[in-house]
Each structure stands twice: as structure tokens, then as C-alpha cells.
Design a protein around this ligand. Sequence first.
Ligand SMILES: [Fe+2]
Ligand SMILES: [Fe+2]
Length: 332
Amino acid sequence: MYSQGLIGADGSSEETQEFLDAFQARIDAEEKIEPTDPMPEGYRRTLVRQIGQHAHSEIVGMLPEGNWITRAPSLKRKLALLAKVQDEGGHGLYLYSAAETLGVTREQMTEELLDGSAKYSSIFNYPTLSWADMGAVGWLVDGAAIMNQIPLCRCSYGPYARAMIRVCAEESFHQRQGYEIMLTLCKGTEAQKEMAQDALNRLWWPCLMMFGPHDGDSAHSEQSMKWKIKRFSNDALRDKFISATVRQAEFLGLTVPDPDLKWDDSLNDGKGGYRHGEIDWTEFWRVVKGDGVMNVERIAMRKAAWDDGAWVREAAMAFAEKEKQRTAKVAA
Ligand SMILES: [Fe+2]
Ligand SMILES: [Fe+2]
């Protein structure tokens, strides 16, 4: 009666075929899966991994920009950047909470991030060298995040899908504030425009890598699509991002650093699309595996922030405990 159910890239477990079929039928009927619902172990583990990586990316993603808050060129820029970085912290907390509904704890996830065993988006292991990078990060990195996350609002797992709705609204503000920084620089002096072009040159390729390996090399893609965790493949999302972004670069008067980039009418069933040059996957894997310019520094900064915040966590716990005792006394 028990079959070895193939339940995705995380391995397999003993689950009846009837159980797996019934689960798939719920997914196919576009029902949301909630924390207390039965689910295949592979579905749960895939989500723990994906939501965990997503949460870590939001948290580490605060660092390259937090770095520029004190150096923002005006009060208006400082306020917007501060608000953006705070939003990213909020996204991380939302997502840790969503992952916790699947049976992992935030402490576990934090430990994995700090001991270097957890993955997060490779883009955050690149340095932010000038103010223009704040523009390019908002425009490109948050722009890529939106492409990735809008379809996640329809993810089959309820808590993840619901978290994404607010997150996407905020990402859209982030993208606009970044693009507006770029626009200001591109309308400014020659030196400012050069700074904007330099930021685009350095961040373009790492941004394309954010969408992950080509579909054929993406281990978890097919099962994730079947379970409707993912709605579009890595390559499809990357193409969408390129199509939207190239036009924005043209409007800025900037050049996308890809000599092989060209429009091809025959792509996307005749709707057309851009062909792009070869992505350096060796660099991608090197950075993912810990050897990017900033990997060590980012984790060290994150660890310092976590350690510095220990007293806040302790105070909050002590306060919660006091409140609990007070409520118990009133009830007694
Ligand atoms: Fe975010
Ligand atoms: Fe963002």
C-alpha cells in the first residue's frame, strides 16, 4: 500500500500515493495550503529552504545599504534609504515567521545564517562602492525581487503568499526610489552620469544571476512549479526582468553592459524578447559557495548586529514574562 513517493528534490519519504494525489489535487484546484494542513514532507522542506533563504536575503540585504545611510547626500535621501532598510528588516521578520509555521524556529535559522551554512541571495556579497549603487540597488535588485516575488503572492502556501502581498507593495517603493536616484544622477553632471553607468556596469550581471541557474540546471524547479510554490521558471523571470529593465536603462541614457544583448522578434511565441550574452555561472557558484568579495564581511557584520541586540531580546523576553505574570495575577 505504501509507495516510495517521489516528493521533490529534497529526497523522498514514505507517503501513500493516495495522499500525494489528494494533495496535488488541492494544489491543482488552487486551494491554499495552511500550516495545520497535511502536506508532503518534501513540500514542507522545500518551503522551509526557500522561505528561509528569502528571509536571510532580506536581512543580509540591509547591510550593503545600511552602510550608506550616514553618507546619503541629503535629508530626503537619508529618510528614504532609512525607511527602505527598515522595510527589508520587516520583510525578514515576516518571512522568518512564515517559515516558523512549518516547524523550524527563528533561532535555528539565525544560527544557520551566522555559522555560514545558510544560503542567501548572491547579490548581497557584492560591495556598494558609491552613492549611485544605492540607486542601482533599488532599481535593479529590488526590481529583480519584484519580478520574483509578484508570482509568489499566488504561491500555494498561504502564509508565504500573504506575506508577499505587503512585501511586494514595499518593494515597488524601493524600486522607484532607486530609479529616481538614477534619474537624478543621469540628469546631473557628467561625473554623476558616469557614476550611474559604473554602478549599472558592476551590478547588471550579478542581478541577472539573482534569478538562479538556467532552468535545465535548476535542481528544484520542476517540482516547485508542480506544487505551485513557483509560478514561473528562472529563465522566464530573468527574461521578463531584462525586457522591463533595458527600456528603463534607455530612458536613463545608460548602456546595459552586454554587447550581445539584442531584440529577437521570434522569442516568446512571436511576441519578441531580448537575447542576452553568456552569464558567468562560475562566478555565480563561487559567490554562492562563500567566495564573493563580501561574504565574510557581511556575515561578520550580521553577527555583530545580532550580538549587539542580545540585550534588547533579553529585555523584551523579561517584559513579556512580567506581563504574563501580571495577567495571571489579575485572572486569579
Ligand atoms: Fe525586501
Ligand atoms: Fe526591497
